[in-house]
Each structure stands twice: as structure tokens, then as C-alpha cells.
Design a protein around this ligand. Sequence first.
Ligand SMILES: Cc1cc2nc3c(=O)[nH]c(=O)nc-3n(C[C@H](O)[C@H](O)[C@H](O)COP(=O)(O)O)c2cc1C
Length: 393
Amino acid sequence: MSELFKPGKIGLIELKNRFVRSATAEVLATDDGRVTERYFKAYEQLAKGGAGLIIPGNYYVHRMGRAIARIVLVNKDDVIGELKGVVDMMHKHGAKAVAQLNHGGRQCDPKILGATPIGPSAVRDKLSMVKPRAMTEREIEETIAAYGEGARRAKEGGFDGVQIHAAHGYLINEFLSGYTNRRTDRWGGSLEKRMRFLISVYEAIRSAVGRDYPILIKINSEDFVKGGFTLEQCITVCKRLEELGIAAIEVSGGIAEKGLVTIKGDVPMDLVLKNRSFIERFLMKFIEKSMREAARFEEAYFLPQAAAVKKNVKVPVIAVGGMRRRATMERALESGQADFISLCRPFIRQPNLVNLMQKKDGDPITCTSCNRCSIEMLVHYKPMRCYAADAPK
Ligand SMILES: Cc1cc2nc3c(=O)[nH]c(=O)nc-3n(C[C@H](O)[C@H](O)[C@H](O)COP(=O)(O)O)c2cc1C
């Protein structure tokens, strides 16, 4: 049997295969972050599609953490019943479910927040031009507590575990990174101090969910900006998290300001330039070449970083980023570079791709990483679906 279809384990979670549906901001909730019928149906399709683990995402733990529109908010207990309906359904179809918890930090859209975004320091995002406000000590403590409460709600909603989102330039990543964290108090400076926020979030979650409940993390291997988080720092943080009891580590990379580094592939300029002012269009055209360069697709583009983390920890490592061909995925597992294979864009186009891979030989994935979904969903807040010209009906 292919390694891909052998059962696996993440903490207490028993998984029927090695496929993970990586967290995906679906833009299917209501404006105030509640679960909808359409949201439920999207997860029903995914759960029937065969992935062992599904990570809906990301759930915002605090109103000030909403990076984009129509994502589920887990800041109130009313959401628990709605989550339970979705998780019970996923379990019925044999999929396990982990809730990703996030706070968008300086990468929040001010129009969605109705306020200036917050971050560790007032460092302007060079792409969106948004300058956040530095968080007060009280805001930091309140946000840490919100992660704990969000995790408790996810657990009461039936989720098998939670995943801390510490990647892609959002709040936790901003604290970890010397580029976005310029604080001189106990939350900034040395790596030890920059990781205090993440460790405090982990501890708040652990005390809310109890000793054995699986807590996973998605972390940047590198920010790819000067002065940012590095692979060496990532490994140090992962080793610390392992000592504390993290259940699995998903290894990603990139921050929004660097363009489509997290989601390598094409840069659909028609969508990127849509609804932009004349000045913005002019500036974007200016950086188009470097954006395309940074986003150039290579298969399994963060696998070397996942393998480097794996060499340093014993907990399962999840590889994400451009995993497309069966042979590449199998080799990653067989060679011990990773324990699980996580995909996002291919599942948007083909929610049933695991069943397809199990039933047929060859490579059924038809996603070309054109990134039309990425820009439509993450920039124009359109609902989750494939937006390629040849999108399946
Ligand atoms: C539309 C879209 C939404 C995403 N939302 C999230 C998210 O909520 N949380 C997260 O950790 N990553 C998110 N990602 C990143 C993916 O989980 C994944 O890391 C990335 O797309 C690379 O995997 P792929 O090549 O299989 O698409 C998103 C990506 C896309 C395209």
C-alpha cells in the first residue's frame, strides 16, 4: 500500500491516511463571522472527498484579529453549537477536524476592522501601506486570553484538536519576527523574548483544553524579508514547542508584504489590479517583475524546510506548499522528510481529490496554481471556489 494511504497519528488523533486539507480562509461565513449553509456544504464535500484531516480556517479569536471578510469568529460561546454541527458531519464521513486559530495582526484589512490594525510594533506593511498601532501590554494579555477561549470553544464544538497559526505574517509570526517586532519590553528583542507571545498563547490554550488535547502549529520556516524570521530560529522555536507538548508542526513560509511567496504560482495581474487607484496600479506595475520572481512555482517548495525541521524534532511534521504529484508526495513520506502531506488550492478545485488518488493511478490533480482563487478570495472576498477559466462546474 502506498505510504499516502497508510493510517497515521497526530497526538491522540487517529487518521485514516496522510492527507491534510491545509487551513483555508473560505469567505463563506456571514459578515459577523457565523457559520452558513454554504459553509456547511463546502465542508461536507471536503469530508466526503477522503482527506484524513481537515483544517477549516482560519478562525479569528478576537474581533481585532479579522484579517479578511466573512471568516468564522470564535470570540463568543454562541458559535459552539454551529461548529458542532459541522464537526459531527465531518466525523460521520470519516474525516478528523482541527480548528486553526488566528489573529491577523497588522495584516488585517482596516475596512473590515473599522479601526487601525494592531501589531507588536508600528511597522508599516510595504505592500498594503497599512501602518499598525503597537499593542499595549493590556491588549497583549487580552489577546492571549482570547486564544485560550477560542480553543475551549473549538474543543466544546467537537474538534479533535486546534492549530495555532504562527505563519504567513499574522500576529504570532509578527511577534516571532525581528522585522515586525521592534519592541524593547519583555515581548521583543532576543528570540527568547520574541517567542514569549507564542509560548504564552500555547500555555493559555493548554490550560483551557487540558493536558492531552492535541495542539498543532503552522509556522513560518522563513519570512523571506531582511531581518525576518529564519529557518534556524524556526527550528529553535519548534524544539521548545516539542518540549512543551506540541502534537504536530506544519511548515510554511512568507509574509503578505512579499507577495505570493506562501502561495507560489502565477500572479493574475488583472485581478491584482482590479479596483485599484491609478497610483496603486502604477506602483503595482512597477513591482510586477519582482512579485512574479518571488512567486515562481516549484513543486514542494517548502519541503526542504519541513525536512530540516523534521531532523530536529520527533513529533509529526506536515509538509505544505505546492505538493502536486503522487511520486513527490510518496517520496517525501518514504524518505522521512515529512509525515503528512497538506494541500490547499488543489482541494478548492477538486474537493474529492483524495478519493480520486485512491481510485486511480497517476496524477489526478489539475490545479495549476494560477492563483485566481487566492486573489478573488483573499483580496476581493469572493467565496471559496476555483476561479480558473476551466473551473469544474
Ligand atoms: C484562498 C486561500 C486561503 C488560505 N487561507 C489560509 C488560512 O486561513 N490559514 C493558513 O494557514 N493558510 C491559508 N492559506 C495557505 C494554504 O493553507 C497553504 O499553506 C498554501 O496555499 C500552499 O499550499 P498549496 O500549494 O497546496 O495551495 C490559504 C491559501 C489560499 C490560496
